[in-house]
Design a protein around this ligand. Sequence first.
Ligand code: NMX
Ligand code: MLT
Length: 433
Amino acid sequence: MTRLKTRLLEKIQEHRPRTQKLTKEFADVVIDQVNIGQVIGGARDIHALVTDISYLDPQEGIRFRGKNIPETFAALPKAAGGEYPTVESFWYFLLTGEVPTQAEVDEVLADFKSRAKVPGYVFDMLKAMPKDSHPMVMLSAAILSMQKESQFAAKYHDTKKTDYWDTMYEDATTLVARLPEIAAFIYRYKYKNGDIIAPKADLDMGANFAHMMGIAKPYDDVARMYFILHSDHESGNVSAHTTHLVASALSDAYYSLSAGINGLAGPLHGLANQEVLDWIMAFQKQMGGAEPTEENVKKALWDTLNSGHVIPGYGHAVLRKTDPRYTAQMEFCLKHLPNDPLFKLVNMIYKVAPGVLTEQGKTKNPWPNVDAQSGVIQWYYGLKEYDFYTVLFGVGRALGVLANITWDRALGYPIERPKSVTTAMLEEWAAKG
Ligand code: NMX
Ligand code: MLT
């Protein structure tokens, strides 16, 4: 067993009595109440899920295993010659809550390498799909196509419930190890005339991804930063919740992640990063080469709102401040591409959009989220095919949701099945006040 898996088992054994005590002795303790607005309104703010992997404070933003973004970046071992931690060290951290030593990171690296080979049938299937399939369809289909590899499914009938986490962990790790090659294949197959670049055995995930995408340094660091920032956003977001829900039926990691990726592909969720670039391109076209000004940006934002559309990259269901993932990427831009025209335009939108949204008065949060800034960096490094951007989000998000479903099985969480009511029942409650 690797040190990561051994440590994970120890952590699971330490944690189980806490969950057991809560369910046995304190199951009746009320922690929330539900009103009609929440039942009709997307279950907003209902405290109904539990995860220890990340927590989202509405004012402060995300903490991974108790650490905010700067603390996470500072704590974890960096890639050699890089400014950002390796994805491998972050995977260890998400699963165990502990900062790994370099030796532990090296072991994760070796473990990923031993699992990374993507079966040839995945590429055959991707090549058989219509060339104009959306890259998120290709990603989801590629993940699902590997379901026959699932150890969880193969060993299900011979595995005790307390050991489900083990095969879930195996499937989760294999998926994480394979996703970068699948994503890079989709990119190069679709946009670079099928000129595929083979992976290199001696590179960490971020560097290998940059290599397979055919993008020079510091794109290795961009990949590391991007995958870590997009990994987890507690359990209620659509991709995490979907993955968790599907896995609660004891569907394996392949079925569950593919489902989560389908949720990420919605324009109100991960696809918003593509929508942001789409909005910017339409704006620039409308400008016909004229310099953007605060005035014409403001007018374009109002035009979007008045046509009944949302401003992509702004607003959030939980956050009530600028997303620290936006800030982390802005800091990267200030260091590496301060004079980039697209970055300047995004900054101008940041100056104007919160005021416009506040004046419109609908959104509870007029501030930017992770998707408002992420495309600029990709564009700068030559990745201009923006319908691919959500695939990058998906590779990152896999880290969080797969760590979560491993822990779901470790703690024996049951099948998820909330109760529904009818409108007539709500009307009856409403009449009673
Ligand atoms: N532009 C215009 N209207 C907005 C925006 C926005 N960016 N954000 C919220 N609203 C509207 C929203 O559509 C709703 O209108 P209505 O009453 O007509 O239905 C109203 O404001 C109240 O919504 P909120 O309670 O503030 O937001 P909610 O929790 O329902 O939705 C989002 C959250 C993220 C779906 C929403 O803010 C949005 O559509 N943002 C733009 C899309 C986006 O950037 N999504 C990415 C989120 C992050 N991610 O990666 O997943
Ligand atoms: C996410 O990263 O999942 C998004 O910010 C959406 C959310 O948290 O609801």
